[in-house]
Design a protein around this ligand. Structure first.
Ligand code: PBG
Length: 330
């Protein structure tokens, strides 16, 4: 490589036009999946206090938000139901009820927007009173893997029949991707994709999401670390991802995104399937909070945080900033 002064790297950075021509990574509305919350316990959208600008939508305002985002070019949405506390139970049985708000939301979204992609989480945490992603063992000291997988299979099929384009197991039970694939195929939903939360870490960054859906862990004797990945472990994240792909995942996810760009980079380099990254609630909240204090520039930090996730290798980014960021791109 020619050394200085013959090679001056600043030449390629010298003007807006040069920088724009030479930019390696660009954000586009089709890079995004927009996560949205829906509730039916209040007549108007209610703000999530730890996520400024994010609302638990009513079924009607959910449709309006999707219409707005679709006009901004976004074509994929992850729908999260906020289930009323009186409907939650130890086994999360309401997940499979005809009256599950998620199903009615998916049905109306599907009929209003036949060409958009709607993604439904497969996990029991919105429905369990203890906030765990599955059913507990009789002793109450663990999440029962296989009993949970059986319930998740039923949930995935119900989501598919309500209109989900992709189902997204976010529970981190062992063997769930293969079981869900089998259940979907057997029920006639071979065309429904599985987006596996494959490298999902036991992260403190999910705090604001748990405020939003009311899934704060009630039972302290079990930790989500008994099923989600240890933030210290990269090799295990790669193994988990390889296994989910072998079990039939159509897409895989790394979550959180920003603090795990090393994992994202490694997985994106080797994955034979598309890789998503979830910029989670706590990543969103910390940018909002610092900007509110006047300590960070909101628009620039928002943009840089998303660009970094794409540069690291994400094919798709789940972000609460999705609509704002895409509106700013236009
Ligand atoms: C449910 C689920 C969680 C998130 C997405 N799906 C929380 C958790 O596992 O406790 C977190 C998303 C976010 O923080 O934005 N299994």
């Amino acid at each position: 490589m020619t050394p200085f002064p013959a090679r001056r790297l600043r030449r390629n950075r010298s003007s807006d036009a040069t920088r724009s021509l030479l930019r390696e990574t660009r954000l586009h509305p089709h890079d995004f999946i927009y996560p949205l919350f829906v509730q039916d316990s209040s007549p108007s959208p209610s703000p999530v206090l730890s996520m400024p600008g994010v609302f638990r939508h009513t079924p009607d305002s959910l449709l309006e938000e999707v219409a707005k985002a679709s006009a901004a070019g976004i074509c994929a949405f992850a729908i999260f139901p906020c289930i009323r506390p009186d409907l939650k139970s130890p086994t999360g049985a309401h997940a499979l009820s005809e009256k599950n708000l998620l199903f009615s939301s998916l049905r109306s979204l599907r009929s209003s927007f036949p060409n958009l992609i709607f993604i439904a989480d497969v996990a029991l945490d919105p429905y369990t009173d203890h906030g765990h992603d599955g059913i507990l063992t009789p002793s109450g000291n663990d999440v029962d893997n296989d009993q949970t997988v059986a319930a998740l299979c039923e949930l995935a099929v119900a989501e598919a029949s309500a209109g989900a384009s992709w189902v997204a197991p976010s529970d981190m039970m062992d063997g769930r991707v293969a079981a869900i694939r089998h259940a979907l195929d057997a029920a006639g939903f071979a065309s429904v994709s599985i987006l596996s939360y494959a490298a999902k870490f036991a992260s403190a960054y999910y705090g604001p999401f748990r405020d939003a859906v009311g899934s704060k862990i009630g039972k302290k004797s079990i930790s989500k670390a008994s099923y989600q990945l240890d933030p210290a472990n990269a090799r295990e994240a790669l193994l988990e991802t390889r296994m989910d792909i072998a079990e039939g995942a159509d897409l895989v996810m790394v979550k959180p995104a920003g603090p795990y760009l090393d994992i994202l980079g490694k997985i994106a380099e080797n994955s034979p399937v598309p890789v998503c990254a979830y910029q989670v609630s706590g990543e969103y909240a910390q940018i909002c909070a610092a900007a509110k204090m006047g300590w960070l520039d909101y628009e620039q930090t928002r943009f840089e945080s998303l660009l970094a996730i794409k540069r690291a290798g994400a094919d798709l980014i789940l972000s609460y900033f999705a609509l704002e960021a895409c509106s700013a791109l236009q």
